[in-house]
Design a binder for this molecule. Sequence first.
Ligand SMILES: Nc1ncnc2c1ncn2[C@@H]1O[C@H](COP(=O)(O)OP(=O)(O)O)[C@@H](O)[C@H]1O
Ligand SMILES: [Mg+2]
Length: 191
Amino acid sequence: MINIVLFGKPGAGKGTQAEFLKTKYNLKHISTGDLFRFHKSNNTELGQLAQSYADKGMLVPDDVTIKMLQDEVERNPDTDGFLFDGFPRTINQAEALDAFLESKGWKVDATIGLEADDEILVQRLLERGKTSGRADDQDENLIRNRYQEYNEKTAPLMDFYKKQGKFHGVDGTGEIAEITNRLSSVIDTLN
Ligand SMILES: Nc1ncnc2c1ncn2[C@@H]1O[C@H](COP(=O)(O)OP(=O)(O)O)[C@@H](O)[C@H]1O
Ligand SMILES: [Mg+2]
């Protein structure tokens, strides 16, 4: 069992890289953003609740997010591990994740941060917004609001994981395949 947190701002390439890593290492990719959108399009109660926050560029309350995540983990008993994407975003969520994994006899094995400058990321998201249909990708102000939220609440997680010797920063710019190789070098040192 190997549990990896993919860390990085919106647009850093977490989803893109997870697509390659999940096949290579037989991991289940859990993107909380995708989960929200799934619950929303199926109009579940959790989905409606979560969307009301996401629409404002705000974080969804932890108990809602954690419930979705746990359900998804329970639905995938046969995987070799999980790639958590978009979660945790706060220290509180990181502690909740630790508690949940511990209840299974698991842990976070590594947190890998994809790094790129905001200006590159804004351009990527505006580009993604042309096809993703995501309202939060089409408005530069909403995008920058997400970065501010990230800097305040999510960036402190780097120290949280650094203190545990689990944080690995990776250059998130350049060719997609090249970045996959950088991530793989980190994953190959685990175990
Ligand atoms: N290395 C890269 N170079 C250029 N564009 C990229 C790269 N990686 C991802 N993208 C594009 O940037 C956008 C955001 O990537 P995505 O994987 O959705 O990020 P995240 O899941 O971290 O928000 C997507 O449109 C994706 O196609
Ligand atoms: Mg994503």
